[in-house]
Design a protein around this ligand. Sequence first.
Ligand SMILES: [Zn+2]
Length: 286
Amino acid sequence: MRLTPQKVEEVIFRIVREDGLELVALLKGKENVSEFDIATKLKKDIKLVRRMLYFLYNKNLVSFTRKKDKQKGWYIYYWTLEMDAIKFEYIKQKKQTLERLEATLEKEQKEVFYVCSDTCVRLDMNESLDYDFHCPECGNLLEQDENSEKISRLNKRIADLKVELEAIHKSEAIRLEKAAAKAKEERLKEEAEAKEASNEKRRETIRKKKEALAKKNAAKEAKSAKKKTAKAKVAKPKKAAKKKSSKKKAAAKKKTAKAKVAKPKKAAKKKSPKKKAATKKKTAEK
Ligand SMILES: [Zn+2]
């Protein structure tokens, strides 16, 4: 539904009448309009302007921000028209009108009405009975009202309103559908982004782990490489020694050979504790 200036006026008029229309004209298409500027431009008392604004505010049709005047110490209110709220108010008002017209139509079709020929009053059956079918204003005899024209007018207005509300309903449904589709699209996009972000995070964690592992491995390798080189440095002289040792080895071999031969000596040694004891005795005797 397109909120035409006429529709805005219709809504405002029903709440604050003509004075409201001038006020809304000053607010339209602007934001945060100072209430003092409004009062000056409308040439109206600030209290009256505020009263109208509060009426509209109670229907949520305007919003405000306020700022403290540092010199004077009071608050100045800045007002903005809420176009979406005006649109909803417009639809609400139309629905209320439709309900009211339908109730009136029902009553007109069901009941009989009586009128004064001088058009002073129009009364239903009960009221007419109360006045004994005489006009309470001028005393004329009341006549039954021919209301078929009124009924057809009501029918026309109701039909028009229904068409308008149906069109609004459709356009609002489309708007809501579009908004829902857009919201869904945004939600999916956000989800995809969140997923991508978490994937990226996971990849980052894996990458970091790999890096850490690689560092650890590198450190290990470096350490073992150092050891090797250290060993190699220590080992080099050995190699040199080994070279020299071939003679020694030969000597060592000879030694082990000698040892093998010498083993029987150990058996001889085993017998020696007695000898030791004997020597101990000898020392004790001394
Ligand atoms: Zn009368």
